[in-house]
Write a protein that binds this ligand. Structure first.
Ligand code: ATP
Ligand code: MG
Length: 485
């Protein structure tokens, strides 16, 4: 910089300093000498004049709308927490019992610049102390009991964007904040043991759809199905159906049915309502339990074949009604749409170890929309488990173990149990190999024993049969055989 430029810069700086000092002096003298009413009269008129010529438009969003919290303010607060950027110098951080992680909010007098469809807007947060006479007295006292200052978001942008901000940007913020709030909310587990309880317990199950070991194709189909369900609000209302979806998980114990429910809850961030049907006294209490559930939730009925005898529908209804117990038709009725009148976004998951025992009425499409077979552990599920437990994707023993898994029925739970024994992959996998070989040997031993026993039984029965008089009318099967021919 040349000496001349240096001198000019110094002059500019000293001029700014003296103007600032003068303004501050005038302001403090004016504050002392000029009455408050007159000052605000001058300020208001000056502000109005300024606004008339300014190209800016400002929207104020206050914390309260009368005595009630302002929902737009709440939405803006959540939204701004998600777009903290380089224009923000300080933020406020907090966390409550109901939050999954840290909650970021804007600090007072801070500014955030946001860009929405090429429109640049500026957000600023202001706090004002609650002053007497500023509100209806009753409302003021009510608010003052909650907080000592009133917060307000100021949104400013070029006035030519007014329509876009009002018609698109603000609705977009309402939508985004809703999903951000849902994502950050801790998942709760409710049980009907005490009528769901007031708040439920925090569900902190670590299982996710990534760590769940099931067939890749099944997993992909499930993820797609869940995604279209979640986005299906308009579709369900268009076709006039309750916004719900049923999943039936079936398979032997230890194949991951309960784990899949936890993974679904984590994936969707839905609360889980665990319904123990043996605790439900009647269809009407079932109905009130279901009406007491919140939306965006998963209703779980585990081991449905054990909790209610639904094998023989007619017989059970007759018998259960006598004791005013919950019946299959009670369950089917709500699956068919008791929910259609209230609430939305509900998933029902029913699990069973014996799909063959279930009544066909429960399996009809529209009730259980997707049937997922949780089966024994095969190579792809095994590889996922090894990655979860040992952190490796390849090992020389994989082929050998893969072959054995084709020969023996072993559940993911059993494989997981073996993999837990050592953190050293070679020790752990060799242990699993041995476990599988022992299982096959045990199976062969049992098979040989059974064959031997059957042979002995036949040998014991033979002399008895020989003494028996021959009769063609011994069994109904034989009788049918004769009549038919
Ligand atoms: N598919 C799987 N992927 C990952 N881990 C699994 C899987 N299946 C089972 N496990 C492990 O085994 C344990 C038991 O599995 P889970 O309780 O989910 O089985 P289940 O099918 O619900 O059994 P049940 O029919 O007895 O209720 C889980 O906690 C998990 O550690
Ligand atoms: Mg289970």
């Amino acid at each position: 910089m040349s000496p001349d430029e240096m001198t000019n810069l110094k002059t500019v700086i000293s001029t700014i300093a003296s103007v600032t000092a003068t303004v501050m002096l005038v302001r403090s003298v004016a504050n002392d000498l000029i009455p408050k009413e007159f000052r605000s009269f001058v300020f208001d008129n000056f502000h109005e004049l300024f606004c008339r010529f300014s190209s800016n438009f400002t929207i104020l969003i206050h914390e309260f709308q009368g005595p009630s919290p302002n929902l737009v303010f709440e939405a803006v607060e959540v939204y701004l927490g998600t777009i903290v950027n380089s224009s923000t110098k300080s933020i406020r951080i907090g966390k409550t019992e109901n939050d999954k992680g840290l909650v970021i909010t804007m600090e007072k007098d801070e500014e955030i610049i946001d860009v929405f469809e090429d429109v640049k807007v500026k957000w600023r947060m202001e706090c004002r102390r609650i002053e007497s006479g500023s509100q209806n007295e009753e409302i003021r006292d009510m608010i003052a009991a909650l907080c000592s200052e009133l917060r307000c978001y100021e949104l400013s942008f070029h006035k030519r964007h007014k329509q876009k901000v009002l018609n698109s940007y603000l609705p977009y913020i309402m939508e985004r904040s809703k999903s951000a709030k849902e994502e950050s909310r801790a998942i709760k587990l409710h049980s009907n043991f005490r009528n769901w309880g007031p708040d439920g317990m925090k569900l902190e199950h670590p299982m996710t759809l990534d760590t769940l070991a099931i067939d890749e194709e099944v997993k992909a189909a499930l993820v797609d199905d869940l995604a279209s369900f979640v986005k299906g609000k308009e579709y369900y209302s268009r076709i006039g159906k309750a916004w719900k979806r049923g999943y039936l998980l079936y398979g032997p114990p230890g194949t991951g049915k309960s784990s899949l429910i936890a993974a679904m809850a984590n994936h969707l961030n839905y609360d889980v309502y665990d319904l123990d049907l043996t605790e439900v006294r009647s269809n009407s209490s079932l109905r009130s339990l279901l009406l007491g559930m919140s939306g965006r939730s998963i209703l779980v009925i585990e081991d449905i074949d054990c909790s209610i005898n639904i094998e023989n529908r007619e017989k059970v209804e007759e018998k259960e009604n006598k004791h005013n117990r919950v019946t299959l038709s009670g369950i089917l009725n709500f699956l068919d749409g008791i929910w259609s009148c209230c609430g939305e976004e509900r998933i029902i998951v029913v699990t069973t170890n014996h799909i063959d025992k279930l009544d066909a009425a429960l399996l009809r499409p529209g009730r259980m929309d997707m049937h997922i077979h949780m089966s024994y552990c095969r190579l792809s599920a095994f590889k996922q488990l090894v990655f979860n437990y040992l952190g490796i994707r390849q090992h020389e023993l994989f082929d050998q173990i893969g072959q054995l898994l084709e020969e023996v029925e072993v559940t993911p739970a059993e494989v997981a149990g073996e993999l837990l024994r050592s953190k050293n992959p070679s020790i752990s996998l060799r242990g699993l190999l041995e476990f599988l070989e022992n299982k096959i040997a045990e199976r062969e031993r049992l098979k040989a024993e059974t064959e031997l026993r059957e042979q002995n039984e036949v040998a014991e029965e033979e002399p008895k049969d020989a003494t028996k008089p021959e009769s063609k009318f011994d069994s109904s099967e034989d009788l049918t055989h004769i009549v038919d021919h």
